[in-house]
Design a protein around this ligand. Structure first.
Ligand code: GAP
Length: 456
């Protein structure tokens, strides 16, 4: 483990928390599980949706130079011939002659089976695309593929987007969705899956300006992960050397995160020239060139591709946010998630089940849930309820006590600092909105008192 890593967040703790609190389950668990496929539970689905929505809001809806797409997973088989995936989307596979376990040859440190030390076969190329059949006849003419990336859906729609939106260069197309890869080696929880989601951008630029835009997107995407809470020291850039680059690529940088098992790729930003549009133009016979209205030139734009994994993003956010400390004399584990991605934004906790407290608490709960995902919890001690919310990353807890009946005020407790304020119910929604949008604790009209997590 390097110094940069969050030493409290071991993979075992993250996996256990995700299982125990309903973030992530193994796919088909009651049948023994399906390797490298995962189901997002009630909290996981909220977290994942929040990550995707933050990306969509920041990368698509807030930008004048970006439009979105949602293309089909199944595409014409010629797409994958033209893109180069049929020919070269391979990993080198070796098999142990003793225990028959399979490994990726390029990931082995020694030329022997990592499981039993046995002799390995010669590497053979293994195509990672999942195949299926379209229509009722299962013959070779009916073979189609589950897409291994969302990118090609954007390239093949380039002309549709230009003609329907009249976008001028530079502009981007963005989409997110499922991708499938028959990975040889998987593991490390949701880091490398066979079914996963990507958030990809194809940003088209005038040839000659690609270096400037490549730098722009590397910086933009690096900042985005930090804006959503990832600590700067847990992120780094890795520039691909010449030997690693595909023959057409002009440059590529990975944004890496300090996962518990080591530095790993979170997102790749590639400068791909006009390779993809050229390939699809040649293979389809369709003219995919762009007409520059100012100069009247026709050319194929170059493309910059920032491509991120949603599942890897979720894992990075969980690992980065995980913390342990002591509150009220008891150890607590916390997910210090950014409020934008926290699955539950607030919890309403009545201090007694004696009416009219629950009715009032329910009214507040119903009012808040019209704006956010909010939980209502009236079981066990207040300390236990705080711990439960801290562990799933809920930024704010709202307690309602008998005093509330008299002064119409509630106590709001902040997850990270455990600081508390008392404020009128009429100001609760506005204050929460400001705090969830990132207003610092000390700001605003209310003064937070240093808290110890005890009953207010
Ligand atoms: N269109 C370019 C492309 O797909 P990639 O580097 O192969 O590039 C982009 O994938 C991102 O997708 C990676 O940085 C990673 O976050 C995610 N990703 C790739 N393979 C994955 C897998 N098997 N499981 C989970 N995420 C994966």
């Amino acid at each position: 483990m390097t110094e940069e890593m969050n030493s409290k967040a071991t993979m075992e703790k993250i996996v256990n928390l995700c299982r125990r609190r309903g973030f992530i389950f193994q796919s088909s668990e009651i049948y023994g599980g399906l390797t490298s496929c995962w189901d997002f539970g009630p909290l996981g689905v909220e977290l994942k949706r929040n990550v995707k929505e933050a990306w969509w809001k920041d990368m698509v809806q807030s930008r004048d130079d970006m439009v979105g797409l949602d293309t089909s997973i199944l595409m014409h088989p010629q797409v994958w011939v033209a893109s180069g995936h049929i020919k070269s989307f391979h990993d080198p596979l070796v098999e142990c002659k003793s225990c028959q376990k399979r490994w990726r040859a390029d990931e082995l440190e020694k030329p022997a089976c990592p499981a039993c030390g046995g002799e390995l076969s010669e590497p053979r190329q293994f195509n990672m695309m999942f195949k299926t059949f379209m229509g009722p006849v299962e013959d070779s003419a009916a073979v189609i593929y589950l897409r291994p990336e969302t990118a090609q859906g954007m390239f093949v729609n380039f002309q549709n987007v230009v003609t329907t939106t009249r976008k001028k260069l530079p502009f981007g197309i963005a989409q997110m969705g499922k991708s499938f890869r028959n990975e040889i080696t998987t593991g490390n929880f949701i880091f490398r899956d066979r079914e996963f989601e990507q958030m990809e951008i194809e940003y088209f630029v005038k040839p000659g300006t690609q270096d400037k835009w490549f730098e722009f997107w590397v910086a933009e995407r690096f900042k985005w992960w930090q804006k959503l809470g990832i600590k700067a020291e847990h992120l780094k850039l890795r520039q691909h050397c010449k030997e690693e680059l595909a023959h057409y690529a002009l440059g590529c940088s990975d944004i890496q995160f300090a996962f518990p098992m080591g530095w790993g790729e979170l997102e790749g930003v590639a400068s791909r020239g006009d390779y993809d549009l050229t390939q699809h133009s040649n293979a389809s016979g369709k003219n995919l060139s762009y007409t520059d209205e100012e100069t009247k030139e026709h050319y194929l734009p170059y493309v910059i591709e920032p491509s991120a994994g949603v599942d890897r993003g979720v894992l990075a956010f969980l690992c980065d946010a995980y913390d342990e400390d002591v509150a009220d004399g008891e150890p607590r584990s916390i997910l210090r998630l950014h409020p934008r991605i926290a699955p539950v934004k607030a919890a309403v906790l009545p201090l007694s089940k004696k009416e009219p407290l629950p009715s009032l608490a329910r009214d507040i709960f119903n009012d808040l849930r019209s704006s956010w995902v909010v939980q209502y919890d009236d079981t066990q001690s207040i300390g236990r309820r705080y711990r439960r919310q801290d562990e799933i990353g809920t930024p704010f807890c709202i307690t309602i006590d008998f005093q509330t009946l008299e002064d119409k005020q509630v106590t709001v407790r902040e997850r990270d600092s455990m600081a508390q304020i008392r404020l009128p119910i009429s100001e609760l929604k506005g204050t929460l909105a400001a705090k969830l949008a990132g207003e610092a604790l000390g700001q605003g009209s209310h003064v937070w008192k240093a808290g110890d997590g005890k009953t207010p």
